[in-house]
Design a binder for this molecule. Structure first.
Ligand code: TYD
Length: 206
């Protein structure tokens, strides 16, 4: 049987990475094979994007959005990608997906354009479930500052920017709520509490 495709989205600092690891562990304990993927990918396209996000290379926001689309097609179609992994029976959990492009690049370009190019691309699979980790921008910044060195903080990570991205995420998810399976997860809690919230949403898929 083909595996499921689950996406976890949320602002930087919401604890996505920790929660993805825990979710994978819990699913594996239930004999469900799991592979974790992430965007930007580790492919050449993703590496280029990381150099843009760090500020090392300048890139027009429209071009950046198109690079994310390209990296996402690779994420779907490569040998280690979503399609191949799910066909082998693995459930794939992706750290971010097109919702991030809608939220981050959608602000500086045109949201409808960003949405259209994804929804009209036959190679980009719609997830079975997207978990949106919610937390205030202030709290996210607090967590980012305690967890990371200054040189690791990317261009999107200051409170004002995070607030803008947060409201853009809200806007995006309300616009697409009828055509996607979205579950909001309150990420302000202990690691175990948040993990339980996530697991009870994911269980419904199996
Ligand atoms: P990353 O260092 O992977 O960390 P995290 O996801 O834990 O924050 O950062 C990825 C960055 O890429 C993040 O700042 C958001 C940005 N991004 C976009 O701007 N658009 C996208 O489509 C994606 C997938 C990510």
């Amino acid at each position: 049987m083909n595996g499921r495709f689950i996406v976890i989205e949320g602002l930087d600092g919401t604890g996505k990475s920790t929660q993805i690891q825990l979710l994978a562990k819990r699913l594996r304990e239930n004999n469900i094979p799991v592979e974790i993927t992430a965007e930007p990918t580790a492919h050449e396209s993703g590496r280029l994007i990381r150099r843009i996000l760090s500020g090392e290379i300048k890139c027009d926001p429209w071009a950046t959005a198109a690079l994310f689309l390209s990296d996402r097609i690779t994420h779907n179609t490569s040998e280690d990608g979503i399609q191949a992994l799910t066909e082998k029976g693995n459930t794939v959990i992706s750290d971010r997906y097109y919702y991030s492009t809608f939220a981050y690049q959608g602000m500086d370009t045109d949201l409808n354009w960003a949405m259209d190019m994804h929804y009209s691309c036959p190679l980009i699979r719609k997830p079975d479930l997207v978990l949106f980790l919610t937390m205030s921008a202030e709290k996210c910044i607090e967590r980012i500052n305690t967890n990371r060195k200054a040189e690791e903080i990317e261009i999107f990570e200051n409170t004002e920017t995070l607030k803008r991205i947060s409201s853009q995420f809200d806007k995006v998810f309300s616009l697409i709520k009828d055509k996607e399976n979205i579950v909001y997860i309150d990420a302000d809690g202990t690691i175990e509490e948040v993990s339980d919230r996530i697991f009870s949403a994911v269980k419904t898929l199996f």
